[in-house]
Write a protein that binds this ligand. Structure first.
Ligand code: SAM
Length: 458
């Protein structure tokens, strides 16, 4: 139980929302320990020994009976799963139950990457995701999580929502998991209680309006806008639906719910239509506090298709043309479905299907990462990148070596390695058959290429 008291104004607000009796149950629930949950990466299957139970709205999500030391599990570092609070995984149910078409998606407030990794899995090879984060240090963490997830269908950018204005009508889906007053985090992070005040709620509301004023325009005709917060108050939730539907032309979307989930539907009447929102209360739902809504852009809105750029120019990026691409495909054992670029002498691959979209995006946004970085070429030798190791792309011609858990942790800590029968040259280190990174065996010494900044310090 937390000794940080709930602010009186917050209690009054919740009593207004729930009534006195239900508020008592709410108050009790937020002093109970929160549940640990993970979402598996279906592209990187592993055996999980932990006692677990399914999260009903996400087929890859599981509650764990106990909280293990995730840092000391090499499978986490291989990108086999993401530790994510259960309510957030409801996006999986939205996408799958509504059969939302794949395409070009934007996660506008993406760090550390929980919802981006979910979107990336949903899209697979059928789509492109732009995962954006405005704060630079957080964009770096976002990049790490995207690299670990490994699907190669994501561009990580570091931009203010305002920078997206040339991309009006460009996206099939825009998700804004908005920065908010965090009332739903009072259990998981009791410190959030002392940061809460009515003024802070008002400030968050203003910031959300600024963000949504941009985000609402980015969705193409017929596309979807998902807005979510981890807070309960109406100002940051229902009022934002009102704001969006005042500013832009959107249609309501209703989600099917299983009554056993105890997710509460709320409605907003505006412009002669009824819009829907979904609230997750911790005394009812197995998860933290959350709010989410989905809207569909009217069919008469604008659609911006990327045009072929005849002579693609970029300050840092260099396009690789067909003849050199064919050589790369052959050298790397790739199937020819990728388009290559170089950035600071390092090669990157992105699906050809999205190359035009990528070029358009690269002209307006600050790129942190895209597709899969392959590494550098020195004469005919590759210096393979860590990003390539963690990606799903084949690593033809490289030896592999399966590590025990102790060896894997030594590798991830960048400790000295003593591995018998290791071939000479580059060797891909794996754990449960999942790549963790590279070493180079020089015969008399093994060089560990695990990124210094990522190493386990525990
Ligand atoms: N979607 C993320 C996930 O699932 O891992 C969590 C996002 S968090 C709730 C909100 C994010 O919005 C933070 O990373 C924060 O840095 C970012 N943010 C803060 N101010 C912002 C602004 N003015 N515009 C856009 N994003 C902002």
């Amino acid at each position: 139980m937390s000794d940080i008291l709930l602010p009186a104004a917050f209690e009054n607000q919740m009593i207004e929302l729930l009534g006195k009796e239900e508020f008592a149950a709410f108050k009790k629930a937020i002093d109970e320990p929160s549940k640990t949950s993970i979402r598996l990466n279906s592209a990187k299957p592993i055996e999980i020994d932990w006692e677990k139970s399914s999260i009903p709205w996400s087929d890859q999500g599981y509650f764990l009976k106990d909280r293990p030391s995730f840092t000391l599990d090499p499978a986490l570092h291989a990108g086999a799963y993401y530790v994510q609070e259960a309510s957030s995984m409801f996006i999986d149910h939205i996408l799958k139950s509504l059969e939302i078409p794949a395409g070009v998606y934007l996660d506008l407030a993406a760090a550390p990457g929980g919802k981006s990794t979910l979107l990336s899995s949903y899209l697979g090879e059928k789509g492109l995701l732009v995962a954006n984060e405005v704060i630079q240090s957080r964009a770096q963490i976002l990049k790490e999580n995207i690299v670990k997830w490994g699907l190669g269908n994501t561009i990580v950018t570091n931009n203010d929502p305002e920078h997206f204005s040339p991309l009006e009508g460009f996206f099939d889906l825009v998700l804004v998991d908005a920065p908010c007053s965090g009332e739903g985090m009072f259990r998981k992070d009791p410190q959030a209680r002392s940061e809460w005040s009515p003024d802070h709620v008002a400030l968050c509301e203003l910031r959300q309006k600024r963000i949504m004023d941009q985000a609402g325009a980015l969705v193409k005709a017929g596309g979807c806008l998902i807005y979510s917060t981890c807070t309960f108050n109406e100002k940051e939730n229902e009022d934002m639906i009102r704001f969006l539907t005042d500013e832009f032309s959107y249609e309501p979307v209703r989600i099917t719910l299983d009554p056993d989930w105890k997710i509460r539907e709320t409605t907003v009447n505006n412009d002669g239509k009824t819009f829907f929102g979904y609230r997750f209360f911790p005394h009812l739902v197995n998860g933290e506090g959350f709010f989410i809504t989905i809207l569909q852009r009217s069919e008469d809105a604008y659609i911006q298709e990327p045009k072929r750029i005849k002579d693609f120019k970029h300050l840092y990026l260099k396009e690789i043309f067909d003849r050199e691409s064919a050589v790369l495909d052959q050298e790397l054992g790739f199937d020819g479905s990728g388009k290559y670029y170089t950035l600071n002498d390092s090669y990157f691959r992105i699906s050809k299907d999205w190359s035009l979209h990528f070029q358009k995006l690269s002209q307006h946004l600050s790129l942190k990462y895209f597709g899969v970085e392959l590494g550098k070429k020195q004469k005919s030798d590759w210096i393979p990148s860590h990003e390539w190791a963690l990606s799903l792309l084949p690593k033809v011609g490289f030896a592999q070596h399966e590590l025990s858990k102790t060896e894997a942790l030594d590798f991830l800590r960048k400790n000295e390695l003593d591995l018998a029968d290791l071939p000479i040259g580059w060797v891909l280190m794996t754990y449960q058959d999942l790549p963790l990174g590279w070493v180079k065996n020089l015969g008399n010494r093994i060089n560990n290429y695990y990124p210094k900044d990522w190493r386990i310090r525990m």
